[in-house]
Every structure is written in C-alpha cells, then in structure tokens.
Design a protein around this ligand. Structure first.
Ligand SMILES: O=C1O[C@H](COP(=O)(O)O)[C@@H](O)[C@H](O)[C@H]1O
Length: 240
C-alpha cells in the first residue's frame, strides 16, 4: 500500500534535484556571461588581464560555462583567491579543480598561476608565491568569491588566528592556520581582493542564503568575513 507513496516521493525528489540543477546551471551561465564580458572589456584596453577565482564545490558549473566562452584566452591569467596547502594533484586542491574544470576547452590557452609551492608550510611558501603573483596584471579584472557556511570567503575564516592580519595586511598573501580546517592554507589578503575592478559572489542553497542574510544584517567582518566585501560593491549570484 505504501509503494505508490514511495514512488511519488522518489519522483518528487528526483524532480526537485532536476529543478535545482537547472537553476544552478542557469546561474552559472549568467555568471560566466558577466565574467566573460568583464574580461572582454578590459582586454580591449590592456594586453593581459587577470581573473581571480575561488575553489570549493560551488564553481564547477561556472568554470565549465566560462571555459566555453570565446575570448583571447592566451592573454588571460587566472589565479585563486585561496588554496589549501596540499599536493596539487590531490582531490582537495583548488588548483587541480581550476586546471580540470576551467583551463579546458576554449580556455585551454589561459595561463594559470597556482598558489602552492613545493615547500612544507604556507608560511615558508608566501615569499615564493608572492613573487610569482608579481608578474600578473593587477588589479584583477574580476574576483569571483565563494562563501562557506561559517561566512568565510577566500581563506578568511572567522576562527583563523591570522584573520586580523588577512583583513588588514597590504601584502598580497597571508598564510593561515584555522582550527576548523584540516589543512593550513594560503589566501589573498582582503586588500588585494578589494583592489579588483569587479567583485562577484557565487553561492547556492538555502543554508548559504540564510548566512548571507545574517551577514547583511551586521557589519563585523571578524564574525562573518564575507562582510569585508559588501562595499566593493559585490554582485551576488545565488540560486536555491
Ligand atoms: O574552502 C573553501 O570554501 C569556499 C566555499 O566552498 P564551497 O565548497 O562551499 O563552494 C571557497 O570559496 C574557497 O575558495 C575554498 O577554499
């Protein structure tokens, strides 16, 4: 007697997933369009341009959509807002995600500059990676930020020992240790991220909408670091 109900439930869940995927794909397409336009605008004025992207799970559809855009990708540099200090081949590596999902298709000729190095700790690696970043076309044409459930963005975590430093430093990079995170990390400083010409926030799901609403209702960036970017201004791309 329960079978039809279960079937109904399964169908409903399946439809919800399909709907969620569709709206997230639309969101990714719209964001890819906006970022491609930003890059095109700046490429008309300068020889090379820089795009800063985030890692994590959210950007996959966006990366795939952006990689299909026709642009002079050989004049585009890409780097990350932040990175886990892990092997670049590992599944947790943001660099691996960018190489596998973004520097593909039409975007294959882009130059990707990772934030990791072979040294053991991010503290040891900051100088080397900063040197690598010096050759890029700052300020970035666009920064695409993500946000975690704790309000962190890039690797600006509320519980990080180095949060004050990362929010106030005028150096490009900060090494970060965060009790809530298994690996040490390296992040672009808030100052370096602020300097970009355009800022986008890409988030999905009801949980993140609630975190964003909470963040918008206050102003202490130490509690919810995404707040440090609301005045950029920040174009918010959200889907359920
Ligand atoms: O740890 C990170 O998390 C945020 C959000 O990731 P998501 O998986 O919730 O999309 C990301 O923006 C950041 O670059 C990444 O290192």
């Amino acid at each position: 007697m329960n079978y039809p109900k279960n079937d109904d439930h399964q169908n409903h869940t399946h439809q919800n997933h399909a709907h969620q995927n569709r709206v997230r794909q639309q969101l990714a397409d719209q964001l890819a369009e906006a970022v491609a336009e930003a890059l095109k605008t700046d490429l008309a004025e300068q020889e090379r341009v820089l795009l800063v992207v985030s890692g994590g799970s959210t950007p996959v559809m966006f990366f795939q959509a952006l990689a299909k855009k026709s642009l002079p990708w050989e004049r585009v540099d890409i780097t990350l807002a932040d990175e886990r200090w892990v092997d670049e081949q590992g599944s947790e590596s943001n660099a691996r995600l960018v190489r596998e999902q973004l520097v593909q298709d039409k975007a294959s000729p882009a130059r990707f500059v990772p934030l990791t190095s072979a040294v053991v700790t991010p503290e040891q690696g900051v100088a080397e990676v900063s040197g690598r970043l010096r050759g890029l076309a700052w300020p970035a044409s666009a920064v695409v930020l993500g946000m975690g459930g704790d309000g962190h963005t890039a690797s600006l975590f509320p519980d990080s020992r180095e949060l004050d430093l990362a929010l106030s430093s005028d150096e490009p990079l900060v090494a970060v240790r965060t009790p809530s995170q298994p690996q040490p990390r390296i992040t672009l400083s808030a100052d370096r991220l602020h300097q970009a010409r355009r800022h986008f926030l890409h988030i999905t799901g009801e949980d993140k909408r609630a975190v964003l609403a909470r963040a918008l209702a206050g102003d202490d960036a130490r509690k919810l670091p995404i707040r440090a970017f609301f005045a950029c201004p920040l174009a918010i791309y959200w889907a359920p």
